[in-house]
Write a protein that binds this ligand. Structure first.
Ligand SMILES: [Fe+2]
Ligand SMILES: [Fe+2]
Length: 208
């Protein structure tokens, strides 16, 4: 079982995630990148894409926390906590970019968080090998999803692109470290089911 100080840390982080107050440990990759003026429609579209990414990061936070709370192995727990800190950078970077674009965060943040925390804890309860498998597949799907956003974003939107590219590089590392820690390979139907759930989340977060 996690110690009380670790539980307090998780609770503190959960409150910050759902209230949209994020603390980045690394500067945003958009820092120093010129923001070219674009028309309102493409800024609104970029803001909606970043809102989806931010909602995805809220889910990632909750998944990681759920799994860190239930991880049996101390080395795995430390690795999950390190990844969760990097996901918090992603939250802060994407929230900052949404503000710059004049957009807003998803109104359903607390729902994304609660649902993903439950999933993370359920995955954690299956044991480290399966919980890492779930994580590796999640990171893989996020990576694909970010690649899709890069294709959709205006080639001129260098600031959003810098944020998404840095996030994607982190997600690749997160997946690799889950695999290195001994992730099992998930059955194909489970992967398909995860893709379907992610599709529902991203479609809703694009609008709400
Ligand atoms: Fe992330
Ligand atoms: Fe990640």
């Amino acid at each position: 079982m996690p110690h009380l100080d670790s539980l307090i840390l998780h609770f503190d982080r959960a409150l910050r995630v759902v209230s949209g107050v994020h603390r980045a440990s690394r500067p945003s990759p958009a820092e120093g990148v010129a923001d070219r003026g674009r028309d309102d429609a493409s800024r609104a579209h970029a803001a909606a894409l970043m809102r989806v990414n931010h909602a995805g990061e809220v889910c990632a936070q909750a998944l990681y926390q759920g799994q860190a709370l239930t991880a049996r192995n101390a080395r795995n727990r430390a690795s999950l906590e390190q990844a969760a800190r990097e996901e918090e950078d992603h939250l802060a970077w994407s929230a900052a970019r949404i503000r710059e674009l004049g957009g807003r965060l998803s109104l359903l943040g607390p729902a994304w968080y609660a649902g993903s925390l439950a999933i993370g804890m359920a995955a954690g309860a299956l044991g480290d090998r399966w919980s890492l498998a779930f994580l590796a597949e999640t990171e893989h799907q996020v990576e694909d999803h970010l690649t899709g956003h890069l294709a959709e974003l205006s080639p001129e939107d260098h600031r959003s692109r810098a944020v998404i590219e840095a996030m994607r590089a982190d997600e690749v590392r997160h997946r690799e470290s889950a695999v290195a820690l001994g992730a099992a390979d998930l059955p194909e139907p489970v992967k398909l089911c995860m893709r379907a759930m992610a599709k529902v989340m991203t479609t809703i977060a694009h609008r709400v």
